[in-house]
Ligand binder design. Structure first.
Ligand code: CDP
Length: 793
């Protein structure tokens, strides 16, 4: 393990090839406002689609009268669920083997559900006509509180499902119940705590939308859409619409943030496709902010009870949890099918314990569907929050320093690969140096002294720690698939005659800088400068099949594919070089960018010379075809397990209960680092998300099911005013199975920061005897906690 502080690192290593800080290739277009997003697509004759949404959470549809809307100026078509039902298109599969209404036919099941759509000459005409559609609703009692969803007599939400008599969605368990029971029975100390991870929304800057263009002449559908997984979406459209895949082209152009929100297929995409087929014209659908917040994939919404058992001297023995998961009206969770609770199974965290058990029940409620992994690998955020909060509760109970308690229980370096008590195999890790570096950067002992002095003066200062292990890079395909599509990634590399290259990825960037970092990976392997390597992605006609970008899987899966495809090209280049230099392959040595004869560095050929020869007039060695290109499909053997130590310092105003995050130290370990500058950007963004979730964000509902977070006036997201200057550091523990030792990092900070912030707030409130308060820790919540009135949301 190497470790150093990032602040000693200067922006001076613009290396001609390979890893290191490099300004993003994307910057010239993004910083000048020249990105090309779905809403920038303009096609001749394009029409505009707007969706009518339900104003109520639960109601039977009595009638829909569209006649006035149809007569409205500029309107080309008005479509209802009943019309879709005639084509067998009223329902579509979700990513979790449930079904979801494209347009409601029988009932509406959440506020904001799609009821009808209008296609018109422009966006204004379409929106105006929505107001002329007359829907009669027979309003039903809604189920809003997940805790009441299974009560006898609760209104039945999913009466569309055959034989369904209650709102039960699924049960799931992991670990060993009996072994955990035994460990708890003999423990000196058992602490339990109820925790709520509230419903939050990924809220990407760009909302969701699509432009569908069906060409009736050649029978081809082109779909520009805000998707994080263009290939998977294409296959699903092919299955649902009965069109062959080669007749569907999904294009995901520049994407203004995804964070999991753009993994599911939304009714709007399907409506745009139907509208283009019906009208014979290109059709654009673009949601507004409120539509995005009320109807697209939410995240979290777990009601958890965490229990931890330990010896009196602070040895953690077991962790147990019971979870009630609110899945909304349709189970739209995006997770590998074998994992209905995502990767929540990693709730044992970074600790070497004897037993663990989780029992989960998921229910339907009258809320928007989702359960997407908002900037995390499938429910790891919830798992890390649970374990890092209850470890702090245990420290409080034992009167032990929370850093010391963690250091005492970490999985030790020699235990890797480490199989957790719930069956996850952590590939590598070295936790103590990461933790110690964070403590050193924070000046941990000094912070505790400062806190003691301030407490004595009645000031409220808190120091919170979180240590996390993430699990990123889904597959392997034998364990992980989405609706039968195995989680592996293709990659293709072509080197042109002049030594310029194009690498085609199956993953799709949403702002993470893939055009830069994937060029760097290939550059490191074949020695062509990143500037000469073009990265193509996000177009199913021009890239190989793969499952897409979410759960920080791009680097662990496609990054590995890019390195291996480049090695394949290098192997061929070596054979061509042996012919050019008239020596055997074994006599060649590789310096990044050229082969030379061993012991005679003067006799060498560059990769550019080789590329020209591969396409040129001269002879190639026996059995070698012309060209210099390769293709690969990479199936990871395991996930990668990045880790990190986060320390947060907060001050709370005792008069207003306002929390200020004064300092935040984040030490991340994502194995081999491709571009440290991009990594820091990813960490800064994730930490900012964490401040939002911990202190401000919640999609709440009133008792009638009205969404109270339907605009950014009510759903607060953090700005630069709410966040401190982030202090980042890193350690490097390579992944043993990844070809370049890299692990993912995109979401580590979103996962690790909420518990650090909550732990800091609870620490600050210790003089009030507070052991826990639920997110978001708004001033009123903190005020209630100070007065001994903390309530779950
Ligand atoms: O899948 P996603 O791109 O969201 O997440 P990721 O694989 O963690 O990568 C996020 C960005 O950080 C990409 O541009 C990666 O190439 C970069 N990264 C890096 O430079 N070094 C790593 N070890 C991991 C990611």
């Amino acid at each position: 393990t190497v470790h150093e502080r990032v602040d000693t690192f200067h922006d001076n290593d613009q290396k001609p090839v390979g890893y290191g800080r490099m300004l993003r290739k994307e910057d010239p277009r993004f910083l000048r406002g020249r990105g090309r997003y779905v809403d920038d697509v303009q096609l001749p004759g394009m029409l505009h689609l707007a969706i009518l949404r339900s104003p109520v959470a639960h109601a039977r549809i009595v009638s829909i009268d569209t006649s006035a809307a149809e007569a409205s100026p500029g309107v080309k078509a008005v479509v209802t669920g009943a019309m879709l039902a005639q084509q067998n298109l009223a329902w579509m599969p979700t990513l979790s083997n449930d079904v979801q209404a494209v347009l409601a036919t029988d009932k509406v099941r959440f506020q904001g559900q799609e009821v009808a759509f209008v296609v018109a000459e422009d966006r204004y005409a379409a929106r105006d006509a929505l107001e002329l559609i007359d829907v009669e609703y027979d309003v039903l009692d809604p189920v809003i509180d997940a805790r009441r969803a299974l009560e006898p007599g609760a209104p039945l939400i999913r009466d569309d499902l055959d034989g369904k008599t209650n709102n039960h969605c699924f049960d799931w368990e992991t670990g060993d119940e009996a072994a955990t029971e035994a460990v708890f029975a003999r423990a000196d100390v058992v602490v339990s705590q109820d925790l709520v991870y509230p419903r939050v929304h990924p809220a990407p800057m760009e909302t969701c939308g699509a432009v569908a263009d069906y060409d009736a002449v050649d029978g081809k559908l082109r779909l520009w859409s805000t998707t994080q997984a263009p290939h998977a979406h294409r296959t699903l459209y092919a299955i649902v619409a009965g069109l062959p895949e080669h007749k569907i082209q999904v294009i995901s152009p520049d994407i203004g943030g995804g964070f999991g929100n753009k993994v599911p297929i939304y009714p709007g995409y399907v409506c745009a496709i139907v509208a283009s087929i019906v009208t014979g014209k290109p059709v654009k659908w673009m949601e507004d902010r409120s539509e995005n917040l009320i109807s697209t994939g939410f995240a979290r919404d777990y009601i958890m009870r965490g229990e931890i058992a330990a010896t009196r001297d602070g040895r953690i023995l077991g962790i147990r949890t019971n979870v009630l998961a609110d899945h909304g009206a349709f189970n739209g969770t995006a997770a590998p099918v074998k994992y209905p609770a995502g990767f929540f199974g990693v709730f044992t965290g970074s600790y070497d314990i004897e037993a663990a058990y989780c029992k989960m029940t998921a229910v339907y409620t009258n809320k928007a569907p989702g359960g997407v992994a908002y900037a995390c690998s499938f429910r790891i955020t919830e798992a890390v929050y649970l374990v890092e909060r209850i470890v702090d509760c245990l420290a409080d109970e034992l009167g032990m320093d929370p850093a010391e308690l963690r250091l005492k229980n970490f999985i030790r370096p020699e235990q890797f690969p480490y199989t957790t008590k719930t069956g996850w195999v952590y590939d590598s890790g070295n936790y103590e140096p990461t933790m110690r570096l964070a403590m050193e950067m924070a000046g941990y002992d000094e912070l505790r002294r400062e806190q003691a002095e301030k407490r004595a003066r009645g000031e409220l200062m808190g120091v919170g720690i979180a240590f996390f292990t993430e699990a990123v890079g889904a597959g392997p395909r034998k364990n992980m698939d989405i609706l039968g599509l195995g989680m592996a990634d293709g990659c293709e590399l072509r080197v042109h005659p002049t030594g310029k290259a194009v690498v085609r990825l199956s993953v799709q960037s949403q702002g993470q800088g893939h055009e830069t970092t994937f060029a760097q990976i290939v550059a490191e392997e074949i020695g062509i400068p990143p500037a000469d390597i073009e990265v193509l992605h996000g177009d199913t006609d021009n890239t190989p099949f793969g499952l897409g970008t979410y759960g920080s899987r791009s680097t662990p899966v496609s990054g590995a594919a890019a390195a291996l495809v480049a090695r394949k090209v290098r192997d061929k280049a070596r054979i061509i070089a042996s012919g050019m230099l008239e020596v055997s392959v074994a006599d060649l040595e590789w310096d990044k960018g050229a082969f030379h004869v061993a012991g005679d560095p003067g006799r060498s050929v560059t990769i550019q010379d080789i590329a020209l020869r591969a396409h040129g007039a001269g002879d190639l060695p026996e059995g070698i075809e012309g060209g210099l290109e390769a293709q690969i499909c990479y199936n990871p053997s395991n996930l990668t397990y990045p880790h990190g130590a986060y320390i947060c310092v907060v001050d709370i105003d005792p008069g207003t209960a306002q929390v200020k995050v004064r300092r935040f130290i984040a030490v991340d370990d994502c194995g081999t680092r491709i571009n440290p500058m991009i990594i820091e950007g990813q960490v800064h963004g994730g930490l900012t998300d964490g401040v939002g979730m911990a202190l401000m964000e919640m999609i709440a509902f009133d008792e009638d099911g009205n969404c109270l977070g339907a605009s950014l006036m009510d759903y607060l997201i953090p700005t630069s005013l709410e966040v401190p200057d982030w202090e980042t550091g890193f350690t490097v523990t390579p992944s043993p199975h990844h070809p370049i030792g890299a692990k993912g990092v995109g979401e580590s900070a979103t996962v690790g920061s909420p518990p650090a912030i909550v732990n800091a707030v609870v620490d600050a409130l210790q003089p009030f005897g507070v052991r826990h308060a639920d997110m978001p820790l708004t001033p009123s919540r903190v005020w209630d906690a100070m007065r001994g009135q903390a309530r779950p949301p």
